[in-house]
Design a protein around this ligand. Structure first.
Ligand code: UN1
Length: 496
């Protein structure tokens, strides 16, 4: 319940801080303690329309600001993220629940991305090419597209908005941003930092509210030609359908069911480190989390006992406590979903090695805590080995050799991250070639993507786009090919 001391937040539209037109609100709470974090405007279609109008108007001048000047603002944003790192880190632990070190990493990812994209302000390279005809010049240039609808999840509440908003802005687009309803305070602080850095009014707007109202209106709005969404596969499909009417460009970054392969020749201790970090870091709530481990004969048993020992040693609690390694999961319904997969796994006949329960002891009953969970003897076709659980649960699957391991790793509908632990360079390169995923790690877990490489996945993890790195620029710009004929006569391509 909101009390007198409760912080109330607003939308930011056209440079003004505003309540929802309806005056309605919703609340965000701390997943470790249940305490209220803030009260936010529960916006609807008319708030979105207002934000889109502001972004459309701002676009007319923002697109003409030289890219290096747009970038200067982003450099200032990066500096402010750095100055505010501790404050944002604490707010993230409070609102999202990940532990302090990881929350700091999330903010750092935004700092890195903002600086990286600011650097693009002096590049945004196109190509010059020779012409097939004399006295003719040609080149390709990147052009902004217009208003971008940015819809982000709660699991990387500062990093992921930066992945989308920094490139969108440096390329000359304007943005209407809808953060997840579980992490709206972080979304709002993110936008305030852009305001403080001097971003002109209307270039970045935030509208709080649910996916079914705010998100859907944004995706269906005729004046929003680009949508970038990170979310579930189901929401991604709906988004693509809703945006189809205007043939919008839609970037989807969806689920994962990422596997770590451990070969007989692996450095087992290193593999265990990689699995524990990738399966249980962020309480397994990363699209890059390792929710499958595929191990060959000689290491299969040893790996199980080492993993169980490590999982059982992990300390759960409030992420502000420096000794805590595993924070809560985001909300009650996530907790219930994660637990339902434990029941599914047991029913399917997998062997529950450890975990599999909601934790309420040691004062954790106010939060949403789930014990790190490991299943073994998992069949690759089982639901726990196929469906994204988005929690601290991983499934160990036996394989006979590298070929079978790769086949099992690929036998899912997703294709985000993948990993192999091996000392055999031949197996490593086979895996790089044959793992059907957007990311492959050798001798490292499935998490830890850096901002200057493309991020995204194959198959139903997305729809072929990538974010981060140079790849992001392809989504946030349209190519224009320019031909300048200075021959003074008609020259016909392919004919003269
Ligand atoms: C996500 O889980 O949606 O590589 C993003 C990683 C992070 C990003 C994860 N840098 O796990």
């Amino acid at each position: 319940m909101a009390t007198a001391g409760t912080k109330t937040y607003q939308n930011y539209i056209g440079g003004e801080w505003l309540d929802a037109a309806s005056g309605e609100t919703f609340e965000s709470s701390n997943p470790a303690t249940g305490e209220l974090v803030g009260v936010f405007p529960k916006s609807a279609a008319e708030d979105v329309d207002r934000a889109v109008d502001a972004a459309r108007t701002a676009y007319q001048s923002w697109r003409l600001v030289p890219a290096p000047k747009r970038a200067e603002i982003l450099f200032r944003v990066g500096q402010r993220f750095l100055d505010a790192k501790d404050e944002l880190t604490e707010l993230m632990v409070e609102e999202m629940g990940k532990v302090r070190a990881e929350a700091g990493g999330d903010v750092q990812e935004a700092i890195d991305m903002t600086y990286y994209m600011a650097g693009e302000g002096r590049r945004l390279f196109g190509h010059t090419t020779p012409s097939e005809m004399p006295d003719k010049f040609q080149m390709s240039v990147r052009q902004p597209v217009g208003v971008v609808g940015v819809i982000t999840p709660w699991n990387f509440p500062i990093a992921i908005p930066s992945w989308k908003i920094a490139p969108a802005l440096v390329c000359g687009n304007t943005v209407v941003f809808k953060p997840a309803t579980d992490t709206p305070a972080l979304g709002e602080r993110f936008v305030e930092i852009f305001e403080e850095a001097g971003l002109p009014a209307g270039v970045l707007n935030i509208v709080h509210g649910g996916g079914g109202t705010v998100g859907e209106r944004l995706v269906k709005h005729p004046d929003v030609p680009l949508i970038s969404l990170t979310g579930s596969r189901e929401v991604g499909i709906k988004t693509a359908q809703n945006g189809a009417e205007y043939l919008k460009h839609i970037h989807l970054e969806l689920g994962g069911k990422n596997a770590i392969i451990v070969m007989d020749d692996a450095d087992l201790d290193l593999a265990v480190d990689g699995i524990v970090w990738s399966a249980f870091g962020t309480s397994g709530q990363r699209c890059t989390a390792a929710s499958r481990v595929i191990a060959t004969g000689k290491v299969y048993d040893q790996l199980q006992s080492q993993l169980v020992e490590r999982a059982e040693g992990l300390r759960l609690g409030n992420g502000l406590d420096e000794d805590v390694q595993i924070g809560p999961v985001i909300n009650r319904s996530a907790l219930d979903k994660i637990h339902s997969y434990t029941e599914i796994g047991k029913r399917e006949g997998a062997k529950l090695l450890t975990g599999g329960e909601i934790v309420t002891d040691n004062g954790l009953d106010k939060g949403n805590f789930y014990r790190p969970t490991i299943f073994a003897d998992v069949d690759p076709g089982m639901r726990i080995a196929q469906e994204e659980i988005f929690g601290p649960t991983t499934a160990i699957i036996p394989a006979t050799d590298v070929d079978e391991a790769i086949k099992i790793a690929n036998g899912i509908e997703y294709g985000l991250s993948s990993s192999i632990f091996t000392r055999d360079v031949n197996k490593a390169f086979r895996a790089i070639r044959d793992l059907n995923a957007g990311i492959t790690y050798i001798n490292a877990g499935t998490i830890g993507a850096e901002v200057h490489l493309p991020f995204g996945g194959t198959k139903q993890t997305g729809n072929g786009h990538r974010e981060a790195g140079q790849a992001a620029l392809d989504f946030y710009t349209e190519w224009k090919s320019v031909y300048v004929d200075y021959s003074g006569k008609l020259q016909r391509a392919q004919i003269d």
